[in-house]
Design a protein around this ligand. Structure first.
Ligand SMILES: [Zn+2]
Ligand SMILES: [Zn+2]
Length: 231
């Protein structure tokens, strides 16, 4: 399995793409597709028609803003069917896109699912509800890879045995109940069962002190846009 971080930024970043992770196995799967992610596909030589599935952790703009450009491009490029997965409300969100842009109705070759467990790219995928300001879900792939999406840390997710855990680390300590900070992460770090912990989704004022954050947690790495790893 190859994992490429196409976007590690947040809603305010202009130097990073927003949330997007490309997983390549027997198929190409994207987890979240925030603003700037569409452009990043070109950076790694992936065509818009190459994507088989998009998994949304939640429907905040920094996680889904480039879904619409992807759908339009795939229509124009006559792409095969795209499977979209997301939390409840995802079907309504797609319908609202079609209401806003009626010329796309009947053109998009997609399925939209709000299932909690499914298979994609030969992998068993399960979802874990997370603690965020709107309904949001983490994805667990084959008990190998975990992607947290936006959340404050919690035991059920952190204690998942896996090779790699991709977890958000949005803000410096004391800033948020809906996101991860060094303070709230430290409370749960003892439950961590991942072999490797990778942090993404750092707001600029957290990113500016990332070394201090890592030191205070005692584990983990901060990944940048276009970093690739293999599991
Ligand atoms: Zn969010
Ligand atoms: Zn976010």
């Amino acid at each position: 399995m190859k994992i490429t971080f196409l976007g590690t930024g947040t809603a305010v970043d202009t130097k990073k793409a927003q949330s997007c992770i490309l997983i390549e196995k027997s198929a190409k799967v994207i987890v979240d597709i925030g603003c700037g992610a569409f452009r990043r596909l070109g950076d790694v030589g992936v065509k818009v028609t190459d994507i088989d599935a998009v998994l949304l952790t939640h429907n905040h703009l920094d996680h889904n803003a480039d879904l619409l450009p992807l759908l339009k491009a795939r229509w124009l490029e006559n792409a095969k069917k795209l499977d979209i997965y997301g939390p409840s409300g995802t079907k309504a969100y797609i319908e609202s896109i079609l209401e806003a842009y009626p010329y796309l109705r009947g053109k998009l070759n997609i399925t939209v699912s709000e299932e909690k467990c499914f298979r994609v790219a030969g992998m068993k995928v399960r979802t874990v509800p997370t603690y965020h300001s709107i309904e949001s879900r983490a994805y667990v792939f084959d008990d190998v890879l975990v992607v947290s999406g936006d959340t404050r840390p919690f035991r059920e997710l952190l204690s998942t045995e896996c090779e790699v855990m991709v977890h958000e680390m949005s803000l410096p300590s004391g800033f948020s109940e809906y996101h991860t900070t060094p303070d709230n992460f430290r409370e749960y770090v003892k439950y961590l069962r991942a072999n490797r912990l990778l942090f993404v989704h750092m707001y600029p004022h957290a990113y500016a002190v990332k070394e201090d954050i890592l030191k205070s947690i005692g584990t983990g790495e901060v990944v940048a846009d276009l970093t690739s790893i293999r599991i």
